[in-house]
Design a protein around this ligand. Structure first.
Ligand code: PEP
Length: 256
C-alpha cells in the first residue's frame, strides 16, 4: 500500500565534485528506482544544483534540503527559503533533525513553523523525531516522541497529511553503529501511526510514510524494513557510498 522511501541525509558531506561522483556511482548501479521504492537524496545546500543536474539521469530519486526557514525572505543570514529549495528542484526537506535540535537551537515550535511553511509552498517535510538514551532508559521515549509528533503537526490540514513523512530516529542510534531492534522500531512506528490517526484519521495515517533512521546499513536494513510500520529509512553514513545506498534500495525492492 505504501511505497518504501529510501532517503539519504548527506549532512555536511559532499561538495559539488563529490556530489557529482556519488550520484554518478549511484546511476551506474541503479539508473531508475524500482516500482515500490521512492528514492531521495538530501545534499548540503551548495550542492543541490549539482545534484539536481545529476538526478536528471536517474529516475525516481527526488531531491531534498536538510533545513529551511519559515519566512519568505529577508534578513536571516545563513538561511534558505522554501522558494529557493523549490527553484533548485527540491520536493522534500528534512526538518527537526536531532543534530539541528542539539546544535542549532531547533525547537518543536520552529519545527512546527517550518512544517507549515514547507507544506504551504509544496515541499514535503521529512519530520525527524526521536528520544535520547536518557529518555529511553527513563521509559519516557513514547511520551517524548508522541509530543514531538503532535507539536510538529499543529495547524497541519487534513489534505496535507498525504505530503508528510515522519522519520523516527532514536538519537542514541544516529551515527553510533547501534540500531533500534526491529521490535523497538516497530513499536515506535506503530505508536506514531496511532498518533497520526488521532490527529487526522486512520485512512490518512495509513498513507503516511514513517521511516526509520539510526545506523541503518545493508546488513540490518532487511529486518528493519520487514516491520509492518517501517516504510523506509533516513540514512546518514550508509548513504554516502553508492554501493551501500543502492544495496538498501535493493533490499527494499525485494520486500515490496
Ligand atoms: C541521520 O543522519 O539521520 C542518520 C540516521 O545517520 P546514520 O545513518 O549515520 O546513523
Amino acid at each position: 500500500m505504501r511505497n518504501f522511501l529510501i532517503a539519504g541525509n548527506w549532512k555536511m558531506n559532499c561538495g559539488i565534485a563529490e556530489t557529482q561522483s556519488l550520484l554518478t556511482g549511484i546511476k551506474e548501479i541503479q539508473d531508475s528506482m524500482p516500482e515500490g521504492v521512492d528514492g531521495l537524496v538530501c545534499p548540503p545546500m551548495v550542492s543541490l544544483q549539482a545534484a539536481a543536474d545529476e538526478l536528471q539521469n536517474i529516475s525516481g530519486i527526488a531531491l531534498g534540503g536538510q533545513n529551511v526557514h519559515f519566512e519568505d525572505n529577508g534578513a536571516y543570514t545563513g538561511e534558505v527559503s522554501t522558494q529557493m529549495l523549490n527553484e533548485v528542484g527540491c520536493d522534500y526537506v528534512i526538518l527537526g533533525h536531532s543534530e539541528r535540535r542539539q546544535y542549532f537551537g531547533e525547537t518543536d515550535k520552529t519545527v512546527n513553523a517550518k512544517v507549515n511553511k514547507s507544506l504551504e509552498d509544496g515541499l514535503k517535510p521529512v519530520i525527524c523525531v526521536g528520544e535520547s538514551l536518557k529518555q529511553r532508559k527513563a521509559d519516557e521515549h513514547k511520551l517524548r516522541v508522541r509530543k514531538q509528533v503532535q507539536a510538529a503537526l499543529i495547524g497541519v490540514e487534513y489534505e496535507d497529511a498525504q505530503n508528510l513523512v515522519i522519520a523516527y530516529e532514536p538519537i542514541w542510534a544516529i551515527g553510533t553503529g547501534e540500531t533500534a531492534t526491529p521490535d523497538q522500531a516497530q513499536e515506535m512506528h506503530k505508536m506514531i501511526r496511532a498518533v497520526l490517526a488521532d490527529l487526522f484519521d486512520k485512512d490518512a495515517a495509513d498513507q503516511i510514510q514513517i521511516v526509520y533512521g539510526g545506523s541503518m546499513k545493508p546488513h540490518n536494513a532487511e529486518e528493519l524494513l520487514q516491520q509492518t510500520d517501517v516504510d523506509g529509512g533516513l540514512i546518514g553514513g550508509a548513504s554516502l557510498k553508492a554501493d551501500s545506498f543502492t544495496d538498501i534500495i535493493e533490499i527494499a525492492d525485494n520486500l515490496s
